[in-house]
Design a protein around this ligand. Structure first.
Ligand SMILES: CC(C)(COP(=O)(O)OP(=O)(O)OC[C@H]1O[C@@H](n2cnc3c(N)ncnc32)[C@H](O)[C@@H]1OP(=O)(O)O)[C@@H](O)C(=O)NCCC(=O)NCCS
Length: 180
C-alpha cells in the first residue's frame, strides 16, 4: 500500500509555569541523565536524534546543538534508553506556525523512551531535568505541542503540571504543514 501523503491532526499547545514547584522524580531502575554534546552522537544509534529520523539527521543534530538547543538523554547500563529536547528559538517549524514562543519560554520536544523501558518513570525524570534546567537559566514557562490522540503523552505531561492552552488543526500535505 502507498504511504499516506496527507492528513489532518488535532494538536494541543500545553504550558507549565516554572514558578510552581517541580516534584522530584524517582525512576524504577537506576539511571543517569546527561546533556548531550556533539561527541555523544554515536551513542544515539538505536534511539535516533528525534522522533522523525528523516528530519532530525546527524547533521541537524549538530546544528541544533550549535544553535543552543539542549538534548537530555538517559543512560542505563551504558545504553541510551530515552532522550528529549529543549529548544529556544522560532526555528522550530511547529512553533513558528503557532507564533507561540517568547524569550522567557523553553520548548520541549522530541521525547522518546525505548518501548521496553516505558512506565518506569524515565520520561517523568526527563521532564523534571528539563524543567529544573529551564528554571535555573531564568525561563518562566515551558511549552510543548502534542497530538490530541497521543493519550500516553498527554497524561504524562499533565502528571507533572502541564495545562492545555490552545488547540489547533494541523494539515500535512507531503512535507508541508499548515496550522489553522
Ligand atoms: C510518552 C512517553 C515519552 C512516556 O514515557 P515513559 O518513560 O513511559 O513515561 P513515565 O514512565 O515517565 O510516566 C508514566 C506516566 O505517563 C503516562 N502514561 C504512560 N503511558 C501511558 C499510556 N499508555 N496511557 C496513558 N498514560 C500513560 C501516565 O501518566 C503514567 O503515570 P501513571 O503510571 O501514574 O499512570 C513514551 O510513551 C514514548 O516514548 N512514546 C512514544 C513517543 C512519544 O509519543 N513522544 C511524545 C511526543 S513528542
Amino acid at each position: 500500500m502507498s504511504k499516506k501523503t496527507s492528513f489532518f491532526e488535532k494538536i494541543i499547545l500545553f504550558e507549565r509555569n516554572l514558578k510552581e514547584s517541580i516534584p522530584e522524580i524517582k525512576t524504577k531502575i537506576p539511571i543517569k541523565v546527561k546533556k548531550a554534546t556533539k561527541k555523544d552522537a554515536p551513542l544515539f544509534k538505536e534511539i535516533g536524534f528525534g522522533n522523525d529520523a528523516r528530519i532530525l539527521t546527524k547533521k541537524k543534530f549538530y546544528s541544533k546543538i550549535e544553535s543552543g538547543a539542549k538534548c537530555f538523554f538517559v543512560i542505563h547500563k551504558k545504553k541510551i534508553i530515552g532522550r528529549a529536547w529543549i529548544s529556544f528559538s522560532n526555528n522550530e517549524k511547529n512553533l513558528r506556525l503557532l507564533h507561540a514562543i517568547k524569550k522567557t519560554d523553553g520548548y520541549l520536544s522530541n521525547a522518546y523512551v525505548l518501548k521496553e523501558y516505558r512506565n518506569k518513570g524515565i520520561h517523568q525524570r526527563l521532564l523534571y531535568e528539563r524543567l529544573e534546567y529551564l528554571k535555573k537559566i531564568g525561563k518562566k514557562r515551558a511549552i510543548t505541542i502534542i497530538s490530541k490522540k497521543n493519550k500516553a503523552s498527554i497524561d504524562n505531561i499533565s502528571k507533572i503540571g502541564f495545562k492545555p492552552k490552545k488547540e489547533f488543526l494541523s494539515i500535512r500535505i507531503l512535507n508541508f504543514s499548515f496550522i489553522i
